[in-house]
Design a protein. Sequence first.
Length: 186
Amino acid sequence: MLKALVEGIIYVAPEPVTVDAIAKCLDGETRERIKTTVEALVAEYDRPEHGICIRQVASGYKFSSKAEHHEVFRCFVKSLKPPIRLSKPALETLAVIAYRQPVTLPEIEEVRGVDCGGVTHTLMEKKLVVTAGRKNVVGRPVLYRTSRDFLIHFGLKDIGELPSLREFEELARQALGPELLLPHEG
């Protein structure tokens, strides 16, 4: 279990992580036992069947790709699509579509209170939103829903994995602090 925990900590750490930093997270584990575990992991990942290794960097440890594979990795990274950047209006519109889908443009605009045609078009260009037919009402407006790329981008198995609106509100409070209280709550 210790090996798995140490490996996971090194993996998730954005910066090189020291043995002391790992020890602070693992109550009851000695610095020596953690150091031995890190050394075992370094040796294990050094074997040729691994494309990555754990390197000592600035007195800490960090996962890194192996130098002998850099050309292949560089080629792969260059083939990737650039990350999708979304403005606040785009994120808000995407949230309305995700939680109310299938939804028409007038319905989105009613929730947001502003024109959303351009933002919705941008979300379609980025392939996060697709059309889902037409609503069976006068004028037959287009329905919008999230796409498979939306699920991939946000790491969801399906739309059911979206947090409930109550969970979302709580996550927002945790991220932004108590000043996020809505007028009807306080």
